[in-house]
Write a protein that binds this ligand. Structure first.
Ligand code: SF4
Length: 132
């Protein structure tokens, strides 16, 4: 349990670095299209690791069933889980998809290593697949 708490704290530090890097790159702008949260409409799937999912639930509470094909934390067109949102939520920018993907990959590697260091199963799968 202690290791898990520490791992979540480290995850938040990784998120902090990703947020800072995104803020420092003028090519990365959120256009508030909401595409990142309406999965079916955008034709994508939000994948998260075990720790990322646990942080989402810790901050945003257990997700309800919600609308199919839409993130269960989307509220009135806005993210209802800003603090706990996953790396891919923080690094999804319509303005420059290539730069956004590079940012995601770099920090995702750190998240994978974090799971390994703490002996926590990586378990990278679609968001809805984590719901217990
Ligand atoms: S957690 Fe927030 S930003 Fe991420 S997909 Fe859900 S509503 Fe969108």
């Amino acid at each position: 349990m202690e290791a898990h708490v520490e791992a979540l704290a480290e995850l938040r530090r990784i998120y902090g670095k990703a947020d800072e890097e995104a803020r420092g790159n003028p090519a990365l702008r959120c256009e508030l299209s909401g595409r990142c949260c309406r999965f079916r409409e955008a034709g994508h799937v939000l994948f998260v690791t075990r720790l990322e999912y646990d942080e989402m639930v810790r901050c945003g509470g257990a997700p309800g069933a919600g609308e199919e094909g839409v993130c269960p934390w989307l509220r009135g067109g806005l993210c209802g889980n800003r603090e706990g949102r996953a790396l891919a939520c923080r690094t999804y920018f319509c303005s420059d998809e290539a730069a956004a993907a590079a940012l995601t990959e770099r920090h995702h590697r750190e998240i994978r290593r974090l799971h390994e260091r703490h002996g926590i199963p990586y378990d990278y799968r679609p968001l809805h697949g984590h719901a217990r």
